[in-house]
Design a protein around this ligand. Structure first.
Ligand code: NAD
Ligand code: ZN
Length: 362
């Protein structure tokens, strides 16, 4: 099988021909139909997260070994199943839940494998969808997508799930509470696609790229603020009549955006940091009790949340995210374009030319 692999942190991916795995036990082997390219793949390729102040935390220390095939937003077609795998049949097209854990710890036990300290996440700690094949440890991590197109469905496994889970942490909100969304990239646009399923509060969207704001405007009637013009904070103050917003979801997570988000909070407000661009937020401690505010993070989401999200998406008439497809051998070029800010919505790899619909049963 062919895989675009990270063989050295900080270096371009390498297209490798490797032996395809035979599914054992409950494992399922899929042919990759579509794999979304997440900004987190850039952080993984770099090999670290920026902690601000010149400090870094390294993925190698967190247990990410190389070579590694990236790609955690996968839709695949079942090719073969292990001898004891039940609930998956050859030909079925499925969305993969990638945030798999050790299966033994407290988090895994309460259905929060995405928070497991010994993660086996696909595309991070095991090989992912930048390949024509993906091995999934158990059929229970496969979700039906109905008539959703694979290049649209794949990004619900991370961008959609992460946005949904973050929004669930700050809703319900009253109509005049106000919600600030920072970043209208893959995750931010997913949030705008889903936000009206959760709240009718007024929404302000900030991005530093006019093309991303243009894309945001196609999802609803929001106030749009270009962060590159330096007066973003003043504009938010004006829009909220100096009161601030009840909730902020920061899909960038740089020091600069976290400061903007924190500074925009109303009394009793909540800032949710999702993005991993990196940096630092310094907060005067008395401000936390005096303003009664909450600062919290949100990391992907659970298997049951993804099932719930996919059911909403399948039932609804949601406008799909802009998605542009690329062949597997363009994986590095796509990462380069994502880094330069050139991708609006999601770039999606199509490693095989597998048809979107499964073949009719005999
Ligand atoms: P993306 O590249 O698709 O979008 C990033 C957006 O942020 C772009 O629209 C860009 O213009 C905007 N932006 C960048 N700097 C900005 C600034 N200073 N002010 C305003 N806007 C700015 O990325 P994505 O795939 O949406 O991912 C966003 C971040 O979220 C990444 O750091 C990624 O690693 C992280 N992430 C976190 C989780 C999680 O579970 N917490 C999951 C997936 C991704
Ligand atoms: Zn992701």
């Amino acid at each position: 099988m062919q895989s675009a692999q990270l063989t050295e942190f900080g270096k371009p991916l390498v297209l490798n021909e490797i032996r395809g795995p035979e599914p054992q036990g409950r494992e399922v082997l899929l042919e990759t139909v579509a794999c979304g390219v997440c900004h987190s793949d850039l952080h993984m390729a770099d090999g670290y997260y920026d902690l601000g102040g010149g400090r870094r935390t390294y993925l190698k220390a967190a247990g990410m070994s190389l070579p590694r095939t990236l790609g955690h937003e996968v839709v695949g077609r079942v090719l073969a199943v292990g001898p004891t795998a039940e609930g998956a049949e050859a030909g079925e097209v499925r969305l993969v839940y990638p945030w798999i854990g050790c299966g033994e710890c407290k988090e895994c036990g309460r259905g929060a494998s995405h928070l497991c300290g010994r993660s086996r996440a696909i595309g991070v700690f095991t090989d992912g969808g930048y390949s024509d094949h993906v091995l999934v440890p158990d059929p229970r991590f496969l979700l039906e997508i109905g008539d959703l197109r694979p290049e649209i469905a794949c990004s619900y496994a991370c961008a959609g799930l992460t946005a949904f889970s973050a929004l669930r942490k700050i809703t319900p909100l009253d109509p005049d509470d106000g919600l600030l969304i920072i970043g209208a990239g893959g995750l931010g646009l997913m949030a705008l696609q889903l936000v009206r399923e959760l709240t009718d509060t007024r929404v302000i969207v900030v991005d530093s790229d006019a093309r991303k704001l243009e894309a945001a405007a196609r999802f609803g009637n929001w106030s749009l603020i270009d962060a590159s013009n330096r007066s973003a904070f003043a504009q938010i103050r004006t829009l909220t009549r100096r009161a601030g917003v009840a909730a902020v979801v920061d899909f960038v997570g740089s020091g600069e955006t976290a400061r903007l988000g924190y500074g925009s909070l109303a009394r009793n407000g909540t800032l949710v940091v999702v993005g991993l661009y990196g940096g630092q937020l310094v907060v005067p401690t008395p401000a936390l009790p005096l303003k009664n505010v909450t600062i919290r993070g949100s990391y992907t989401g659970s298997l049951s949340e993804l099932r719930y999200l996919v059911s909403i998406v399948r039932a609804g008439q949601l406008r799909p995210l802009p998605a542009k497809t690329f062949p597997l051998d363009s994986a590095q070029e796509v990462l380069d374009r994502l880094r330069s800010g050139d991708i609006v919505g999601r770039a999606v790899l199509r490693p095989t030319s597998t048809p979107a619909t499964p073949p009719a049963k005999q």
